[in-house]
Design a protein around this ligand. Sequence first.
Ligand code: SAM
Length: 417
Amino acid sequence: MIANYENFEKDLIFNDSPDFKNLVNFDSNLSKPYHRWYKFKEGFASKLVERILYDCEVETGAEVIDCFCGSGTSVLTCQQNQINSTGVEINPFLRFLSYVKTRHYFEPEEIKSSIEKILEGKNGNSCIPPNLDTFKLGFSKSRFKALLKYKGKILGNGFSEDSRNILLLGLGAILEDASKLRKDGKALRIVENKKRVHLKKLFSQKLNQIYGDISNFPHDPDFVPEIYEKSSIDLSFLKRDKYKLALFSPPYLNTFDYLEVYKMELWMLDFISSHSQRNELREKTVRSHISVPLDLVNLYENKFLDFIVENLKEKGTWDSRIPTLIKCYFEDMYQVIDGIYKILENDGHCVIVVGNSSYANIPIPTDSILAKIGKDVGFDIKEIKIARHTRRSSQQYPQAKKNGMRYLRESIVILKK
Ligand SMILES: C[S@@+](CC[C@H](N)C(=O)[O-])C[C@H]1O[C@@H](n2cnc3c(N)ncnc32)[C@H](O)[C@@H]1O
């Protein structure tokens, strides 16, 4: 079994890169202006973006794209380093988050007075509650009512678009802390005895943090990124040969559904108002989770992948759809990487931050499979930097298991056109 893995990876260059270990998570962003507005657990560090910009010699005048823009770490960091950039993101709340973080606000004083208006005085009229049971579970009736009154006041006050966006983002950013829930891996879970926070204080702190960043660290209006709410599986809407660097972290192959984990924000801010609308959106996401139809077109053939999938079928997985899911994931990623190749300029880099997975103790080396997909569409594979190993093997484990564990890693795949 392991011989197949070794054979598949024999022509790849792996470099242990412990200096990247703390750059493949969002933690360090939480103390940084703009980045800190919303705690996004699945992001990478702005320092990682700076490091890649430097390594790939991206300078002012060049164009960068992040086609899984998420909370906007790449586009925001590019902007802060005077680099033009473009983001593509399918989740409308996350696209909104990236958008609001990266605008240049021409009238911060107007935003300040809108914030004061919201926080002072009487509550506004309430608005129609989103039709999602999670809110009943996650909030007391009075807290939910208070949130809806804030929302009603934001929408009913005739604020400018900039102010309205800031206020709505502020409201979205406090939902988790204001609730009895916690984002826990792939789900929202009730936290028994969660400390109850004072809603107005929470909202006020968040809005003042946002206003503070806008007034103290205004963005350069010349480097405001374009952010599309679209699927990266088809990037043909973007100009060919334009970008010097594509830097992105796709959903990992770990059955994490971003529309599920971020549902409070999506429904509260009216990005989703029905389950059918949610389902339509889900179908456009990269198939990294099982809540979507898994129809294969067999666009991408890879014998090593077939070998893994056959083994999984034989061994059995916690859900029988997992082997097909894996094929679908790489089929989607094949289309993404092919699209990226077309929009990069010659000599441009494609840098992919990704974590590997394991099902039924069978490792899926997503990093090396994505690197090989890169090669298949025309890229040169430069190297795979191993930022960290995600599981340590213990003395107790049998050798076979230990062998498999070396494939469980979080990596940075570097391709060049
Ligand atoms: C790992 S996160 C990216 C995080 C980002 N690097 C950051 O620092 O915030 C992956 C993102 O891919 C998005 N996504 C999933 N399917 C997509 C698709 N088909 N097109 C564009 N974005 C997609 C998810 O909504 C999620 O925001």
